[in-house]
Ligand binder design. Structure first.
Ligand code: ZN
Length: 490
């Protein structure tokens, strides 16, 4: 629910932390804006607040040409509605198909949409497509014909008509606003976020884990190769000086995949997180509060691809980050494929599930049990490639721990970084145990029963039960708590 008082303060101070969380529509001009709009703020009696750009547009307002609402970061929505939106937008499903897919009734679907978005599914879809088109016109330089297809229109003629009818401007006129934001011959995309965001710290996290020839973390850039279905390519992410946005440059042989690339890159850097809400909740904990205060802009680092990440998570069982990265590098060199149109040091693509189907992993420095786990995992993945899309952590744990060699740590780490699930928590992680042991075992380590020759360090490890109990208060943001616990050790 929107609190008009908060909205008023946020737009008056042009507070970027509220960007994408609400929109201000102006009755006198018929225009709606982001809280960060540089234009003079209208009087409170002349404005109405909306939760989403889709809702403001459905109410008849036009997006502002100065703050470009189509480029605002995405709101943080509950998992259920997020999954419904994804099915609706990507699958182009009717309400009854949507209901069937998500095992809900059509009335439930209608109710969820109206509660969370203030719109019916078909209203949402229609406004979302129009905004998507604007986003690609003002935020990327892909050709206008590709914008039409990428935003879900079947023909350029219908696209042109729809844009003109809604915005009283042609796509090419809207496109002219792009030059203000981007100048590049490659495909460039602006990725906005709500501050705080610590680019250098995020970069450092990926630097320690980079896979040679697949990922290159430079002083101020993150580059990597990728395979997406049949498409291949590479991208570069750099910060934009003075703006709460990153710039993504993509080289791809099939533009239809562009939307997927944008979604995945946003997830790698966790650009849709609402850090103020997460910080407020986790700072109630005495142990986390000082870490958060020192690391305001650190987010939950995600991954490019869940299969690649799953292999890396298995390799990371009980070994250091460095050792796991070395092993993953050897697997990529042996089984990966070369990137066509490679650029400088980006030459290799991580092996696909099919490329690893018959891999024996001999001679790479893996233990026999780790090789067996990898093989079992790959068989499972090839049989059930969609299994990881299940978003219920308990079901996922039950399903995956049935595979020999996969335990709760792997599942939670996979959910946390691989699926960007904010409440996943690797309770048995060595770093988590180390960070929590002093505070959880304070009473024990000073116990008079402690024999003088006993090693207090090994004797004062927090138990899994104690850790899980402590973590309960961090829900639904336990994954972020894990990140802060790791940071508390450095
Ligand atoms: Zn504006």
């Amino acid at each position: 629910m929107l609190d008009t008082n908060t909205c008023h303060k946020a737009r008056m101070s042009k507070d970027a932390r509220f960007d994408g969380k609400f929109y201000t529509a102006v009755l006198t001009t018929g225009i709606f804006c982001r809280p960060i709009c540089p234009a003079r703020a209208p009087k409170e009696e002349n404005v109405r607040y909306y939760l989403s750009a889709e809702q403001a547009q459905e109410a008849g307002y036009q997006p502002c040409k100065r703050c470009l609402p189509e480029l605002a970061p995405n709101p943080t929505l509950p998992t259920t509605i997020q999954a419904l939106i994804t099915s609706l937008v990507e699958g182009n499903l009717s309400v009854s198909e949507l209901a069937e897919k998500h095992q809900l009734s059509t009335r439930q679907i209608q109710r969820i949409f109206s509660q969370e978005l203030g719109l019916t599914p078909s209203q949402y879809l229609q406004q979302h497509r129009l905004l998507k088109a604007r986003q690609l016109l003002t935020g990327t330089n892909i050709p206008i014909t590709d914008v039409a297809f990428n935003s879900g229109f079947n023909s350029t003629r219908r696209f042109n008509e729809a844009i003109k009818a809604s915005y009283q401007e042609t796509p090419s006129v809207i496109r002219e606003r792009l030059s203000r934001n981007l100048q590049s011959s490659e495909i460039s995309i602006l990725l906005h976020y709500r501050p705080p965001f610590d680019w250098q710290a995020m970069l450092e996290f990926f630097r320690l884990r980079q896979l040679p020839n697949i990922e290159v973390v430079g002083e101020n850039s993150y580059r990597r190769t990728f395979t997406l279905g049949k498409a291949n390519g590479w991208f570069v992410v750099t910060p934009i000086e003075g703006k709460d946005a990153l710039k993504l440059n993509v080289s791809i042989d099939n533009l239809r995949c562009l939307d997927e690339v944008i979604t995945r890159v946003r997830r790698i850097f966790d650009l849709d997180a609402d850090m103020s809400v997460i910080h407020r909740h986790l700072s109630k904990d005495d142990l986390l509060a000082p870490v958060i205060a020192n690391h305001q802009g650190i987010r939950l680092p995600g991954c490019w691809d869940i299969f690649e990440f799953s292999i890396r998570a298995i390799l990371g069982q009980q070994v250091s980050v460095k050792a796991a990265t070395t092993l993953a590098g050897r697997i990529s060199q042996r089984y990966g494929s070369n990137l066509e149109n490679s650029i400088n040091d980006l030459t290799l693509c991580f092996p696909t599930p099919a490329q690893l189907a018959n891999a024996d992993f001999q001679g790479l420095g893996l233990t026999n049990s780790r090789m067996d786990t990898l093989k079992r995992w790959i068989v499972f993945y090839l049989e059930q490639p969609k299994a990881l899309e299940s978003f219920n952590l308990d079901e996922l744990t039950e399903l995956l721990t049935a595979i020999k060699g996969i335990g709760p740590w792997t599942v939670n780490y996979l959910a946390m970084r691989g699926l960007s699930q904010p409440d996943a928590f690797p309770a048995s992680d060595l770093g988590v145990i180390k960070a929590l042991s002093p505070s959880l075992t304070k009473s024990q380590s000073t116990s008079p029963n402690l024999k003088p020759n006993q090693n207090p360090a090994s004797n004062s490890k927090a138990s899994g039960k104690e850790i899980s109990a402590r973590a309960e208060q961090w829900r639904p943001w336990r994954a972020y708590a894990a990140i802060y616990l790791w940071l508390s050790l450095s």
